[in-house]
Write a protein that binds this ligand. Structure first.
Ligand code: BEZ
Ligand code: FE
Length: 279
C-alpha cells in the first residue's frame, strides 16, 4: 500500500494514482500541473481562507461567462499566459512576422471586400489608409492570401460590443491579395481601449494596481494555402499604453508607421508588410 497523504509527499500521493492506460500526454500534463500547483501552495504558504477566496474568484469568473463573454480567456490574457502559449505554439523562422494574442472580438466570416474599400462603416474617427504586401521569407509576393482585419471604432469599442450602436461588420473585412501580394484598404486610425473590466478580472487588475488598457492596434489574421496561419496586430507606436499593454501583446516588430497622408480620403497612412513562413 502506498503512503497516505503527507505535506512532503503530496505530489506523489496524487500522481501515483494515474492509471497505466492513461494517455501519455494527459499523464505528463497533469503530473506537471499537480507538481507546480502544489509547489505554488507551499511557496506562498497558502492559507484556507485564501484558498476560499480563489475558489470564489474562479466561481465568479465562470458565472460571468456567456456566448458573448469569455472571462477565463481574459484571465489568461492578463496573466501573460495567452501570450506565453502563443509564443510556444508559434515559434517561427527569423524574418517571419511575429504573432500576438487573438483576443475575444474576432468574428468569423466577415464580409469580403475589394482592395481600396473602406471598412469604417460608421464614418467616425480619423481616416487611415492601410497598405502593404503579403510576402514569403524570400520576399516573393503571395497571391491569394486572405487578410482578415478587425479593429475598434473611434470610441474604443468593437461592433460586437455595441450591436445597437454600430453597424454590423463595422471596421471588419476580408481581403484577398492578387498576383503582386499587395493589399490596401481604408479604415480609421485605431484608438486605445480598456479590456472588459466590469467583472472579476477587472477587479483583480485594480487590486494589483494595473490599468485595463490596450494600446491602439489593428487585428490581422493572414492566411494562405501552404503557409503557417498568422494571427497578429499592428500597433500605434506613440500610444500612451504601448509599454503597459494589459495583455502583454506588444512586440517591437509589430509597431507600424502611422504617418500623415497626402491621400485625399485619409488623414493617416500605415504601411506594413506581412511575411509568412511555409507550413
Ligand atoms: C483585443 O485586442 O481585442 C483583446 C485582447 C485580449 C483581451 C481583450 C481584448
Ligand atoms: Fe483589440
Amino acid at each position: 500500500m502506498s503512503e497516505h497523504f503527507t505535506e512532503a509527499g503530496s505530489v506523489d500521493a496524487v500522481t501515483s494514482r494515474t492509471g497505466p492506460e492513461t494517455d501519455a500526454r494527459l499523464s505528463r500534463v497533469m503530473s506537471s500541473l499537480v507538481s507546480h500547483l502544489h509547489a505554488f501552495a507551499k511557496d506562498v504558504d497558502l492559507q484556507q481562507n485564501e484558498w476560499s477566496m480563489a475558489i470564489e474568484f474562479l466561481t465568479k469568473t465562470g458565472k460571468i461567462c456567456s456566448d458573448e463573454r469569455q472571462e477565463f480567456i481574459l484571465l489568461s490574457d492578463i496573466l501573460g499566459f495567452s501570450m506565453l502559449v502563443d509564443a510556444i505554439s508559434n515559434r517561427r523562422p527569423k524574418g517571419a512576422t511575429e504573432s500576438t494574442v487573438v483576443g475575444p472580438f474576432h468574428v468569423a466570416n466577415a464580409p469580403k471586400r475589394a482592395m481600396g474599400d473602406n471598412i469604417s462603416l460608421d464614418g467616425v474617427g480619423e481616416p487611415c489608409l492601410f497598405t502593404g504586401r503579403v510576402l514569403d521569407l524570400d520576399g516573393n509576393p503571395i497571391a491569394g492570401a486572405t487578410i482578415d482585419v478587425w479593429s475598434d471604432n473611434a470610441d474604443g469599442f468593437y461592433d460586437v460590443q455595441q450591436p445597437d450602436v454600430q453597424p454590423k461588420w463595422n471596421n471588419r473585412g476580408l481581403f484577398t491579395t492578387g498576383e503582386d501580394g499587395s493589399y490596401s484598404f481604408y479604415g480609421i486610425k485605431p484608438v486605445s481601449y480598456p479590456i472588459p473590466d466590469d467583472g472579476p478580472v477587472g477587479k483583480l487588475l485594480a487590486k494589483l494596481g494595473r490599468h485595463p488598457y490596450r494600446p491602439a492596434h489593428m487585428h490581422y489574421n493572414v492566411s494562405a494555402p501552404g503557409y503557417n496561419n498568422l494571427c497578429t496586430h499592428t500597433f500605434v507606436g506613440d500610444d500612451e499604453y504601448i509599454s503597459s499593454d494589459a495583455v502583454f501583446g506588444v512586440k517591437t516588430s509589430l509597431v507600424a508607421p502611422f504617418e500623415p497622408s497626402d491621400d485625399v480620403d485619409a488623414k493617416w497612412e500605415s504601411p506594413f508588410d506581412f511575411v509568412l513562413a511555409k507550413a
